[in-house]
Each structure stands twice: as C-alpha cells, then as structure tokens.
Design a protein around this ligand. Structure first.
Ligand code: FAD
Length: 385
C-alpha cells in the first residue's frame, strides 16, 4: 500500500513517519525547494510531545527543547509581576514536559527522521484525482505521482481542501499582528527557565526558552489587516506600539534582529467537519487552521498523524473506511482546539476591553491552579491521553 503525502511541514512529515512505521510505503512531495518555516519557534505541548515520542523522536526532541519550569505574567507598563507559578503540577498531571523548540530545528528533525534525500522538494501539486483503484497527484512541472491514498498536508492555503470540500473557504483575520524571532537569553529581560508574558492594552510580549541559550520571543498588537510590511521599520514600529512599556520590553526590542524577525497577520478558518473524500484526506492546517493563542496548531497536526496511522493500520474494511474513521476521531477534537484558541485570542487581544481588563485583574490572584487546569484539559484531550 502506497501513501502519497503532499506537504513537508509538521503535519506532512509527522504523517509520513507515522505511516511508514505502520508499514506503508510513503512518498513525500513538497512545493518549495528549501524549507523556510513561518515563525521562529513553536511550543510543543505534552500532547504533541507524546505523539513525537510515539513516532520515535523522544531523545532528539528533548535535545531541542527549552526548560520552561515556570510561567509568569507581568504588567506591560510597570513591569510588575501579576503572577508567577511552577509548571511542575502540569508535568506531574500529564506525565510529560512542554517542549518549546526552534522551528527550523523541529523541521530538520522531522525531515531527517524520515530521510532528507527521500523528500521530493520543488513539487507543487496543482491537481488531484482518484479512481476506485487509487489516486493521482499532478505537479506544476507536469509530472505525476500515483498511490493508493493521498494525505493533503499542504497547509492553511491548501489547494486540495477545495477538492475535498467542493468549495473554497476564506480564512478569517483574527484581528492582530504577531512578530516573532529568536534572541540570546538575557536575564535582564526574563528568567532563563520561564515562559514570561507582559500584557496591557490588548497587546502582549512573550518569551519562551528554547535550546542553545535562546529565547523565542513574540509581540502581538491588535491592528487592521493589510498594513505595509517593511523589515527596515520593524524596530521603530515595535518601539511605537510599545511606547511607555517597561525596561525589559525596551531591552528586548533593542536586542532583536529585524532581518530574522517574522511578521504574521494571524488568521484561522471556521471549523468544518469533512476531512476526507474517498482516498484523499486533509491533515494539519489544511484540515483545521487555528490562531496560535493556545499553541496547539502544530500539536494538532502531530495528533492527526498518530490517529491517521492507527486508523489505517488497525482496520480491515478498506482505505476509504479507515480514512473516515480518522475523520470521526479528529473532527470534534480539532474544532474544540480552534474555538478555544479563538476565545483565548479575543480575551488576550481586547476584542471586548472590559473582558480583557477583568482578565488582567484576575491574574493578580492567579496561583497557577486555574491556568494549569485549563492547559491540562486541552493536553489530556489528545489521542495519547
Ligand atoms: P505547514 O507547516 O504550513 O506546512 C505545509 C507544507 O505544505 C509547506 O511546507 C508548504 O510549502 C507545502 N505546500 C503548500 N502547498 C503545496 C502544494 N500545492 N504542493 C506541495 N506542497 C505544498 N502550533 C503549535 O503547536 N504551537 C505553537 O506554539 C505555535 N505557534 C505558532 C505561531 C505562529 C505565529 C503561527 C502562525 C503558527 C503557530 N503554530 C503553533 C501553528 C503551526 O505553525 C501550524 O499549525 C503547523 O505549522 C501546521 O503544519 P502543517 O504541516 O499542517 O502546515
């Protein structure tokens, strides 16, 4: 049985590894000639870590992860701590550590685990077809690939999604712009073993440790869509948006490298419940695009991969039936993640300023219990518990 996987991102590579482990022959086709992931880093929460562990990457992943032992919120302007607590109760409850990693390193680990030389780069799918016997993918260079089934992990702008749903879906602008990158850890900005977030006016500035003595940083600012993007003004723009904020925030802005800082207008897609058409299945952002507000988009793609491979390996009623079982096991889970992230996004970014002010206020009495309980619920809803 041969699987064709379209897309060499987190979802595509996780599925390729999972399917191969389950005994399928796998070919991976990636549109770009060189991977340049959007975003500098990613937090892999324990539900995602458990999936990568199950796919044989436990030791490799551990080397990439930063030590996020504590979590803290600070008032953006005064810099005063609103709350600070240990992440140990979360680790204890779910049985695994959160793992913030540089994205390029995660991507390299996934590709190397599958076999770099076996990923076919520069192959952009323009059309997919299927018969009762199998699937055919046609690429922009007019070449074709044949297989028994096809996994469409071609991301949020998926072209195969339109084929599966028989309609084009529009992405929804979530109302804020995110700048992200990596800087050397500086304890004058934040402790090296802590996820630190400064909040105020619906904006936030956040730092997470990744390996190699680096912080993954990001800035969120509620803004209209479509403002001009100019790398040469990134520092000036951030200085303007965060005027009057505390010294650590100013120090971070001074430290960032505009050449390697990404600017992303954040979107999601209204959840839908069809991921499969015959022998073709959507996976990862192609099936569910979320705002990054609970850090679960990539983790959900890893979960998809594990569930997909188990559905295909453990059922005897044929590929189409197994793919539908994958769909059944994923639809509600990912809908919940997308809607949770959207809700968090709106509170964080002051869709209703009174609600956001109440959240800032509630952080002053937060012991960690409520925040960690919410995270544990999300993590434990994953396929590996
Ligand atoms: P992608 O990573 O988009 O990969 C799709 C691949 O398909 C790409 O390599 C693309 O080149 C290729 N492709 C596209 N079209 C074609 C085609 N026609 N033919 C062949 N190949 C094609 N998630 C987390 O879990 N934790 C986080 O902390 C987190 N933070 C985030 C922060 C930001 C700012 C953003 C924007 C996202 C964040 N996410 C996070 C979400 C995460 O990045 C995505 O959910 C994840 O990358 C989805 O993986 P994917 O493989 O489905 O899609």
């Amino acid at each position: 049985m041969k699987a064709i996987v379209i897309g060499g991102g987190i979802g595509g590579m996780s599925s390729a590894i999972a399917l191969e482990k389950a005994g399928f022959e796998v070919e991976v086709f990636e549109a770009v000639k060189e991977m340049k992931p959007v975003g500098a880093a990613i937090s892999i929460w324990p539900n995602g870590v458990k999936c990568l562990n199950a796919l044989g990457m436990k030791a490799a992943l551990r080397k990439l992860g930063g030590n996020m032992a504590y979590m803290a919120y600070h008032d953006g302007t005064s810099g005063a701590a609103l709350t600070r607590f240990s992440m140990a109760p979360l680790v204890q409850q779910v049985g695994e550590y959160p793992c913030p990693v540089a994205r390029a390193e995660l991507q390299a680990m996934l590709i190397d685990t599958f076999g770099r030389e076996r990923v076919q780069f520069g192959k952009r799918v323009i059309q997919v077809e299927q018969t009762t016997e199998g699937v055919i993918a046609t690429f922009s260079d007019n070449s074709q690939a044949h297989g028994d089934f096809l996994i469409a992990a071609d991301g949020t702008h998926s072209v195969i999604r339109e084929y599966v749903l028989e309609q084009k879906l529009e992405r929804r602008y979530a109302g804020y712009v995110n700048w992200n990158g990596l800087v050397t850890i500086d304890e004058a900005i934040a402790p090296a073993d802590q996820w630190t977030t400064f909040v105020g006016d619906g904006k936030r500035v956040s730092l997470m440790p990744v390996s190699g003595n680096r912080f993954y940083f990001f800035f969120d600012v509620p803004l209209p869509k479509g403002l001009p993007q100019d790398r040469s003004t990134i520092k000036a723009d951030l200085t303007g948006y965060f005027q009057g904020w505390s010294a650590p925030v100013q120090r971070l802005i001074a430290a960032i490298n505009p050449e390697t800082t990404n600017r992303v207008e954040i979107h999601d897609i209204e959840p839908f419940s069809r991921f499969v058409k015959g022998r073709i299945a959507l996976l990862g952002d192609a099936a569910h695009s979320t705002t990054p507000d609970i850090g679960q988009g990539g983790c959900a793609a890893m979960e998809d991969a594990v569930v997909l491979a188990s559905a295909l390996a453990s059922h005897s009623l044929g590929i189409e039936d197994a793919l539908l079982r994958y769909q059944t096991r994923r639809v509600e889970r990912v809908k919940d993640l997308v809607l949770k992230a959207r809700k968090r996004c709106d509170v964080t970014h002051a869709l209703d300023p009174a609600v956001t002010a109440a959240w800032y206020d509630s952080l002053k009495s937060e012991t960690g219990e409520r925040v960690l309980a919410g995270m544990c619920e999300t993590i434990e809803g994953g396929p590996l518990g």
